[in-house]
Design a protein around this ligand. Structure first.
Ligand SMILES: [Fe+2]
Length: 248
C-alpha cells in the first residue's frame, strides 16, 4: 500500500520537470526518415511524452547524412506536414518546428558556398554533427565558412566524440570560433557511458554549454528521462548554466 502511494507520487514529480527550458531543440520525431521515429503513431507517443516533461516547443532535427540518411529539405518538410496534420487533428498544445542535424562531410562547405537553404533554428542557427570515428580535418574552416556565411553553428553533443576527450581545450576553441555547444541530457545521466558523462560535466563546469537537448530517438530515451531522479539530477547539474533554450 505504502509502496503504491510512493510510486504514484514519483510519477507525478517528474511531470513538467523541464518546463523552465520550454524548448527542446534536438530530436528525431519525424516519421520514417531517419533512425528516430519509424511511424506517425510513435511520433505522437514521443511528442506526448516530451509534453509531459514540460516542453511546449519541439525543434525536431532529422539527420541529413549523405549515404546513411540522405534527407533533403523536401523529405523533411513532407514528413513534417504529415505529422503536423495529426497534431492538429488531436489538438495537441505544442509547437513543432522542422530543422535538421547536418553531418559535416567534405561536401558541407560546398552547400554553404552554394547558398543551399538550410533548415535553421531561430537566429539562423544550424545544428551540425561530426563523425564519431574521427574529427573532420577541416572543421575549423567549415565553422569559419558557416559564420561568415551568416549562420551560427551549433555543435551537437560535443561530449560524445571520444577522440576529443583527452583534449578538452578544443571545446574552448570551438566557442572562440563562434560555435555554440549543445549537450545531450542523457549524457549527464551517464546513458552513453562514464567518459561521456565526465566530459559533459566538464563542459557544464567550464560554462561552455549553450543548449541542452534530448536527442530523443525512441521510447527508451524517453523512459530514461521520465523519472523523478533523472529530472532532479539534470536540473541540479544545469542549475548554474546560462542556457538559451527558452529563447528559441
Ligand atoms: Fe541527433
Amino acid at each position: 500500500m505504502f509502496g503504491l502511494f510512493r510510486k504514484k507520487n514519483s510519477v507525478k514529480d517528474w511531470r513538467g520537470g523541464f518546463s523552465n527550458l520550454s524548448t527542446d531543440m534536438h530530436s528525431h520525431l519525424l516519421p520514417g526518415i531517419d533512425d528516430g521515429s519509424p511511424d506517425l503513431e510513435t511520433s505522437l507517443f514521443l511528442i506526448k511524452g516530451l509534453m509531459e516533461l514540460g516542453y511546449t516547443k519541439l525543434i525536431t532535427t532529422p539527420h541529413i547524412y549523405p549515404d546513411v540518411y540522405p534527407n533533403t529539405r523536401d523529405t523533411i518538410l513532407k514528413a513534417y506536414d504529415l505529422l503536423i496534420q495529426e497534431i492538429e487533428k488531436e489538438k495537441l498544445p505544442v509547437i513543432v518546428h522542422p530543422a535538421a542535424e547536418y553531418f559535416i562531410d567534405e561536401m558541407f562547405s560546398e552547400r554553404i558556398k552554394n547558398k543551399e537553404p538550410f533548415l535553421t533554428i531561430e537566429g539562423n542557427k544550424v545544428l551540425v554533427e561530426i563523425s564519431f570515428v574521427g574529427p573532420p580535418s577541416d572543421l575549423s574552416y567549415v565553422l569559419f565558412d558557416m559564420v561568415t556565411g551568416g549562420y551560427q553553428p551549433v555543435l551537437a553533443h560535443p561530449e560524445r566524440y571520444a577522440y576529443y576527450h583527452n583534449q578538452p581545450e578544443i571545446y574552448h576553441t570551438f566557442k572562440d570560433k563562434g560555435c555554440l555547444l549543445q549537450v545531450n541530457m542523457l549524457s549527464l545521466l551517464g546513458y552513453y557511458g562514464k567518459e561521456i558523462r565526465e566530459t559533459a560535466l566538464y563542459l557544464v563546469k567550464n560554462g561552455l554549454v549553450d543548449l541542452v537537448g534530448t536527442d530523443l530517438h525512441h521510447a527508451r530515451h524517453l523512459s530514461a528521462l521520465q523519472t523523478t531522479e533523472s529530472v532532479n539530477e539534470i536540473q541540479s547539474i544545469l542549475k548554474d548554466c546560462q542556457l538559451i533554450n527558452s529563447s528559441l
